[in-house]
Design a protein around this ligand. Structure first.
Ligand code: PDD
Length: 287
C-alpha cells in the first residue's frame, strides 16, 4: 500500500497530509508525542504508551482529541496495514493552528493529531555484541522532562554532540547526577546491582525502563531506584541505554574511557537482552 498518514481523523496519502504553517506545533513546538514499537504487526505496550500520552497532554493542558479506544483502533489498524512487519508508530498531538502568532493558547483550540508508521530499525547485531560509544554532557533541558513534548531542540543539540564525536548517545548529568540519554533511559550496573535513576520531572518515564525493571524483578536481579551520581556512573561495571526503538544496548565507552574492566558488553547486559527478547516473544504469542 502507499504510505498512509492519519491526520485529524482522516487517512491520507503521505503527499496529501498537510498542516498549516500557523500550527503551534510548527511555530512553538507546542505538542506532545509517542513512539510505539510494533513487532509482527502487534503494538508493544500500547496501553502504557497511550497512558503516557494522556499524562503528557494533561501536563500541557491540552484535551485529548481522541478517546483511548479510538487511539487503540487507529494504531492497530495502521500496524495491520503498513507495509512492514516490524514498525515504529509515531503519534503527535499539537495545540493546532492559530490565527496570529501568539504565545498564549487560542480561545478555541483545534488540536492537530497525526499518526504515521515507519519501518522499525532495531540496532545492528554488532552494536548489541560489541556495544556502543557515548559521550556525556550537562543536561541543558527544561524542568519538565517528564513530558514527552515535541519541543526537542535541546535533545537534538545534545544528540548531535554524540554524532559529531562518532558516538551513538549522549549521557546527561544534571547537578552531578545522572538523568538519562538524549533519547534514551540509562542504567548502571555496579557490583551486581542494577541502578536506575528515579523517575521525576528531570527524566521521561520510559516504557522500556519499566520493562527492564520488571524483568530485573522477575529474574531476581538485585536493583535499586535511586539518585545516581556522575562519579558512580563513570565507575559503572556496565552501562546500558534503552528505548522503544533501540531496546537495550550496552554502552562500552563514555567520553573515550572504557566502561567497566573490559570495555565490552557485560554479562548482566547479555542476561537482560535475553530476558527482553524472551518477554517480547511471550507477549506477542499471547495476543
Ligand atoms: N525517545 N528519554 C528520552 C529523552 C527519550 O526521548 C526516550 C525515547 C526515552 C525512552 O523512552 P521509551 O522507552 O518509552 O521509548 C527516554 C523516543 C524513542 C524518540 O524520541 O524517538
Amino acid at each position: 500500500m502507499t504510505a498512509r498518514i492519519f491526520l485529524n481523523g482522516e487517512w491520507l496519502a503521505a503527499t496529501d497530509a498537510r498542516v498549516s504553517v500557523m500550527d503551534r506545533g510548527f511555530l512553538f513546538g507546542d505538542g506532545v508525542y509517542e513512539v510505539i514499537p510494533v513487532y509482527s504487526r502487534q503494538p508493544f505496550r500500547l496501553e502504557q504508551h497511550l497512558a503516557r500520552l494522556q499524562q503528557s497532554l494533561d501536563g500541557i493542558q491540552l484535551a485529548n482529541p481522541h478517546r483511548r479506544d479510538e487511539w487503540i483502533g487507529f494504531v492497530t489498524q495502521l500496524a495491520k496495514e503498513a507495509e512492514w512487519e516490524d514498525q515504529s508508530i509515531y503519534i503527535q498531538v499539537t495545540r493546532g493552528p492559530m490565527a496570529v502568532r501568539n504565545h498564549a493558547f487560542p480561545k478555541e483550540v483545534r488540536p492537530t493529531s497525526v499518526i504515521l508508521a515507519e519501518p522499525m530499525t532495531t540496532p545492528p547485531q554488532s552494536q548489541r555484541e560489541q556495544g556502543i560509544a557515548a559521550v556525556s554532557a550537562a543536561d541543558i533541558r527544561w524542568l519538565r522532562c517528564d513530558l514527552k513534548a515535541t519541543s526537542l531542540l535541546a535533545n537534538c543539540l545534545l544528540r548531535q554532540m554524540a554524532v559529531a564525536a562518532g558516538c551513538v548517545e549522549t549521557v546527561l548529568f544534571r547537578d552531578g547526577f545522572l538523568t538519562e540519554g538524549s533519547a534514551s533511559s540509562i542504567f548502571v550496573i555496579k557490583d551486581g546491582v542494577l541502578l536506575a535513576p528515579i523517575q521525576n520531572h528531570l527524566m521521561l518515564p520510559g516504557i522500556t525502563y519499566d520493562v527492564v525493571l520488571e524483568l530485573a524483578a522477575q529474574h531476581g536481579l538485585p536493583h535499586q531506584v535511586r539518585d545516581i551520581t556522575e562519579a558512580e556512573t563513570r565507575a559503572a561495571d556496565e552501562l546500558w541505554m534503552c528505548s522503544s526503538t533501540k531496546e537495550v544496548l550496552p554502552i562500552v565507552s563514555l567520553d573515550g574511557k572504557k566502561v567497566g574492566a573490559g570495555g565490552t558488553a557485560g554479562p548482566f547486559f547479555a542476561a537482560m537482552y535475553g530476558w527482553y527478547q524472551e518477554f517480547k516473544a511471550t507477549v506477542m504469542r499471547g495476543r
